[in-house]
Design a protein around this ligand. Sequence first.
Ligand code: ASP
Length: 722
Amino acid sequence: MKTFRKFSFISIITISMFFSLGLLAPETEEGMYPLSEIHNVDLVRAGLKISPKDIYDPNGISLVDALVNVGGCTGSFVSPDGLIITNHHCAFGAINRASSTDNNYLEDGFLAETRSQEISATGYKCKITESYEDVSKIILDAVKGIDDLAERTKAISKKINELNDKYTDSDNSIEARVSEMFAGQTYVLFKYRIIEDVRLVYAPPRAIGEFGGESDNWVWPRHTGDFTFMRAYVAPDGSSAKYSKENVPFKPKKFLKVNPNGVEENDFVFVLGYPGRTFRHQPSQYLEYQQEYLLPYVSELYEWTIKLIEDISSVDEAMQLKYASTIKGYANTMKNYQGKLKGLRKIQLIQKKRDEEQLLKDFIKAKPELKNKYGKLFVDIDNVYSELFDIAEADLWFQRFPRVSNLMNISSFIIENAKEKEKPNLERKSMYMESNLDATKQRIERTFDFLNSEIELNVWAKMFDDAYGFENTSRIRTIDSLIKNEDDDPYVDVEAMLNSTNLYDKSFFNELTAKPYKELKKVDDDLFQLIISLYEEELTINKKRDAIEGALGKLLPQLAEVKRMWNQKSFIPDANGTLRLTYGYVKGYAPADAVYYTPITTLDGVIEKSYMGGDYSLPDKMYDLYEAKDFGKFYNKKIGGVPVALLYNMDTTGGNSGSPILNAYGEIVGVNFDRAYEATINDFAWNESYSRSIGVDIRYILWITQKYGGADYLLSEMGVNL
Ligand code: ASP
């Protein structure tokens, strides 16, 4: 097996110079530091008791080698036999898929008593970061001389696809992915080792793993046991392989040491993980777009969809189980977006950004050489955004329709796939490239299980209704053209199309997937033809969006340049799904007038909340253990109970779910799973006063696993003495 520890020293230096200007201050501050930056943060002064090299060593084995990206979340190896700890909500889809009304692992929890009982987490894979390399020059050379903005966007994505393809080595299970670090400026090629066989080992019941449900989601004080154990498997020769009985547990290069004693208030802690996306280097107009369009539209749409599915499934237990993950996903996004909307208004972030931009404008104006170069920068950004605002309603409608309608999702795949096939492989959207197409198709095929005509009829009626309200610049002509006379209700036609379509039929899907685009246009199915017409309209919107992105790809680097000259500060790239470190302290906060929250909750709080029932109901066994004071070694005298959840002032976002919380010695003391409500705004602006992340305490994890789950063997496997 080849390994990819081939680092270009020059690359590391370039990235570093770009991000920083000297050693960063030890106080807690904004920062999801990429690997290239870890050596620039004075972690020892901040409280680290090991060498930063123990965290990340490009030429040896270090803590980052114990990290995995699992199912879009983070996880970490905690035993030499590939045992992974992550969140319950990260494994939720796998637990849900493995459950039936007779064997309801979501409800009852799941424990594999032996390795042979571990069940496949279908659809999950693990990615381990093997190496990275700065490829900015290669990418930017590819757009030299291209003035057309939409073409520029295309050229960048083509070059990215080319590198991804060139360095992906399926034989050795290596997947290459170029990530944009700073828009239009820096690009880094990451190589990931892929593991395709992931299994469920232990998941507590939902009443523990999701204790507090949506009522407590994005909320502190928290009492959720949001953890699950999984295991990575590979073929006997160590190569990656799909699920097979012959596979053997993966032997990670590094696994984390579990510290069953946990941490205390004010202790130094850090998190390694794969944060998804943040948007801190965007201009004020981006926030306006969020506040006026994206956040209200999506949160309302998801709220409506949740209610619809809940109503339709109210007396159907099997249906409730089937849609559990879907609803959870919508609810999580909805509450996050509502939190962001509240936060944007509360801290008046848009105005703050505008004020900062005014200072930048003054700075530019004061220096002739800057005025020459950047004099039009802000006007240009404004113009680009006004183009985006014009199409925002339609654009969001097209983007979100397939997320709430499986019928639309399936049809979009058929049509887009046919259209993309007309292009050379490297110019296609990544999901339609030859190397990814099978996986995409399998994902789409799984959605057939979720096709439900009652849901579809209602969703389509809502989407059409929404579209009638759009502004002139965002009209959807395909829908308008259904209205022949003023009092026509075009939805009547659509309802008839929905009732007569063959798109619910999988064999029809297979038949259509084999057809070229021009044949698809002849298929005798009214609904399908309507969707084709919508698709063609969407293409024109996409073209505008590509041009907008292309323009921003040129303007945002200039904005970053000016900012850097103005405040002489180092910048850390926004989160983009790549491996990062953040650090801070176990610390309470004051989210509102006259309110202060301490940072560690206990089992007493779980029991107290449980008296409210509903989202807080607990299995009887929890009361038995509590009343018997059967706390094992996990009772903490100083805290006065079994610690359950931790609060800390770090910089995390979605994707950091499941990240290990590490103490000053690099030992795991908890698992990150959420943020406080006020910290949903983190994604736009981090601030020590309100940015708090939430994790489940290792002592609760071990207590539940041992006492509730009866899985002593897992504690032994992790080297925890009982
Ligand atoms: N609970 C969050 C999520 O699932 C994690 C976070 O965003 O902090 O997205």
